[in-house]
Structure formats: C-alpha cells, structure tokens
Ligand binder design. Structure first.
Ligand code: S3P
Length: 427
C-alpha cells in the first residue's frame, strides 16, 4: 500500500486498542478457571483470536456477546485433547504460555505457527517444562515450532533462574506450576511485565512476589472473574512518537495501561525532553489518559533493567531517535533478535533505506539524530510493529512516496491502526 506522507500535524483523541498481553492472559485464565469469566476491552487482533481459537479446540465454550467475551471456564482438569494441530498463527505469547499450561495435561498435542513463529526459539520454555516432568520437543537445537507436548498430570515443582528476561518464559513456568505439586520459584534476570502474577491473584490464586523472586504452591484452583482490559501502551507508543515528531501535533490517548513494568517508554520520552502529560490517572486500575505534543528532543542511552520495560517499543523509539538532537545508543537489547523478526536488523535496514543514519550492534543500535527521511519501498517482513513504525516514519517524508508491503500483518495487534491514523491526520 502507499503510505500517507508529509503530514502537517496530528490532532485529536484516540482510544487505543486493548492490551495484547493482558488479553491473552484473560482468555487463558478464563479457560482454566472454574465458572464464567467475562472480558471487556479485549483486543480483537489476530494474535488474541489465535488464543481464543486454540481454547475452542481444547473444548472450552467461548461466546462473543456484543463487545464482551464470555468464557465458560472448565478448570485445569476440564480441557480435552484437540482433534487437530493447534495453530498459534504469529503469536509467540500464545505458543509459550499455552505450552506451560499443556505441560500439566494428560494428552499429547502439537502446536504450529506461521513462517515468523516457526523461526522463534522454544527451547527457552521446553527446558524448564521438561525439568518439571513434561516432554516437549521441537525442531533442531532451539526446539523451533512445530512443537509437540506430551503433558504430565503430576508435574514437579522447580526452582528456576531465568537465563533471559522474558515474561513469556516466566508465565509458562507459572502456568505449569499452578498444576504441579509443591512450591515453584522463578527468579527473574530483570523484572518483566507482571500481568500473569496479577491475574493469578485476580482469579483467586496465591502467589508470593519478592522483587525478582516469584513463588507459588500448587496445585491451585482458580475462579471465573469479570476482567477489564486497559488500552495497550505498546500500541499507544506509535501515537506518542508520532505526536512528538510531527510538527504542530497534539494528541490525547485515552485509557492507556500504565502498569510500571510497561512504562519504560514514558521515562525515555521524559529523559529525551518530550512533552507527555498524564491527563487523568486511575491508580487502582492502572490506566491513564496521556497527552502528547510536538517537542524538541535530545539523544540518550537506553540500557540495563529499563530494556524489558520497553522491549516492544524499541522499533518506534529508534524512529524517535532519528529526529532527536545528538546520538541515541540502545544496548542490552539482544532479545530483539528473536522477536517476530530480527528487529535490530529489520529496524536498521528499514530506517536506513529511508535515509536515517543508524548502525546495528550485537545488542542494539546507534542512531544519529536530526536526519531527514525520504520515500522508498519497504516491507513489514510479517512484523506488525515494523509496519506501524514505517507508517509513522512515512509521515515525515516530504519528497517521494513510501510503499509498504505485507501491511496486513498490522492486524496482529492493531486492527484499527490506519483508521486511527487517518482520523489524526484529519485533525
Ligand atoms: C510478552 C512478553 C514479551 C513481549 C511480547 C509479549 C508477553 O516477550 O516482547 O510482545 O505477553 O508476555 P518475551 O517474553 O519474549 O520478552
């Protein structure tokens, strides 16, 4: 498709779509809790639709009632063996979290995914789950999908120090631990998003959290709940950056989730000198309206424990850095190499092809600021966040056109992205 270029300003109000991480977990916990769970604000992106379909394949009744999703939970013991391979589409979160859940079941299943997911390492979940007594195997050394799981009803509790900072791996182990006998302890490398821990509590489970150490004693039973999913800060991030770099912009983003394990991007924007304000905060629900205005920015260094708190926002932060004054260095972000694409390589190649001055390093990028972008032909390479970053970058292009291939992949996390973009351009 041809992307919109040369925007004069972005103005207006956007209600960002539901949080992807929380939506997946709401469906998963709703399915294994006992009784009815209702979910409002759910993201209806392709990734979450994959999770919903998988639970239907596992025998769970899930109904759409208007905007609300109603799940008739069957308890940990109530899932049934699927008659086909479970298709996780593009979703690493679905495959890794559901692997943890199925590790404790008594049947054998195979999970597959699209081309991108088929290249993502599953050894990081296979290893700890095998130690708990399941048998999980994939392709080659890294256990690439398709992944086969032979679950075990009597899993053993383990103590596991995570070798990578990954909420998906932590969550997979916790989902298995809820079915295992005894106390499982997970020790995080750095603190990552805590939605699984929060949801275990919300569904009536018991979990102890002491800094990076998380313990739970199984087996546990969960009870159906009413869940409200806040807007996704990782989707809001595209408008935060667009508002900061397109002259004369002023955008209000409503209902954005501000769980502190996810708000690294707000700290980065502040440190770069960007104007972002909390317009309204609901502390209890951890949501806020955020207002962003066009700003002059300076380059900074991003590294260490901050990285997992903004891992999905790094592609759009890289674009932000191309417009700041001075150099921005991103370090300790080697995990980007195993996302939907190798995001260090793809972000660097894409922005370079549009005229940016950016160098890939083993674990990040070095980006020179104040560069002018120009038209070109690019692809999402099947990565939704690359597609949205390119669409925001195109707004700055004053000469030439930007053509984006495989744009349909944006449906993964933000089906209304182009409608919202048009609305902001109209002002
Ligand atoms: C997610 C965790 C992160 C993130 C992904 C969603 C989750 O992945 O990048 O988009 O919902 O748990 P890792 O666990 O691989 O860091």
């Amino acid at each position: 498709m041809e992307l919109k270029t040369n925007a004069d300003s972005l103005r207006g109000t956007i209600k960002v779509p539901g949080d992807k991480s929380i939506s997946h977990r709401a469906v998963i916990f709703g399915a294994v809790a006992e009784g009815k769970t209702t979910i409002d604000g759910l993201l209806k992106g392709e990734d979450v639709l994959s999770t919903i379909q998988v639970f239907r394949d596992l025998g769970v009744l899930i109904e759409e009632k208007g905007d609300q999703l109603v799940i008739h939970g069957r308890g940990f013991q109530g899932l049934t063996a699927p008659s086909q391979v479970l298709n996780m589409g593009n979703s690493g979160t679905s495959m890794r979290l559901i692997a943890g859940l199925l590790a404790g079941q008594s049947f054998e299943v195979t999970m597959c995914g699209d081309d991108s997911l088929s290249k993502r390492p599953m050894d990081r979940v296979a290893l700890p789950l095998n130690r708990m007594g399941a048998r999980i195997w994939g392709q080659k050394q890294k256990h690439l999908p398709p992944l086969t799981i032979k679950g075990h009803r009597h899993l053993q509790a383990i103590t596991y120090r995570l070798p990578v900072a990954s909420a998906q791996v932590k969550s997979a182990i916790l989902l298995a631990a809820l079915q295992a006998k005894g106390t499982t302890t997970v020790i995080e490398k750095d603190i990552t998003r805590n939605h699984t821990e929060a949801m275990i509590r919300q569904f009536g489970g018991q979990i102890a959290i002491k800094g990076k150490e998380i313990s739970l004693t199984g087996p546990q039973r969960l009870k159906g709940q009413k869940i409200y999913v806040p807007g996704d800060i990782s989707s809001a991030a595209f408008w935060l950056v667009a508002g900061l770099i397109v002259p004369n912009s002023d955008i209000l983003l409503e209902n954005v989730g501000i769980n502190p394990t996810r708000t690294g991007i707000l700290e980065v924007i502040k440190k770069m000198g960007g104007q972002v304000y909390y317009d309204h905060v609901d502390e209890k629900e951890q949501v806020a309206n955020l207002r962003v205005r066009y700003s002059s920015l300076k380059g900074i260094t991003l590294s260490g424990a901050l990285i997992p708190r903004l891992i999905d926002e790094i592609p759009i932060i890289a674009l932000l850095a191309t417009q700041a004054d001075g150099v921005t260095c991103i370090r300790d972000a080697q995990e980007l190499r195993v996302k939907e694409t190798d995001r260090i390589q793809v972000v660097t190649d894409t922005l370079k092809s549009m005229g940016a001055d950016i160098v890939a390093t083993e674990d990040g990028m070095i980006i020179q600021g104040k560069t002018k972008l120009h038209g070109t032909k690019v692809s999402t390479f099947g990565d939704h966040r690359i597609g949205m970053m390119t669409a925001v970058a195109a707004l700055l292009v004053s000469k030439g056109q930007v053509y984006l291939e495989r744009e349909e992949t944006i449906m993964t996390s933000y089906p209304e992205f182009f409608t919202d973009l048009e609305r902001l351009c109209r002002g």
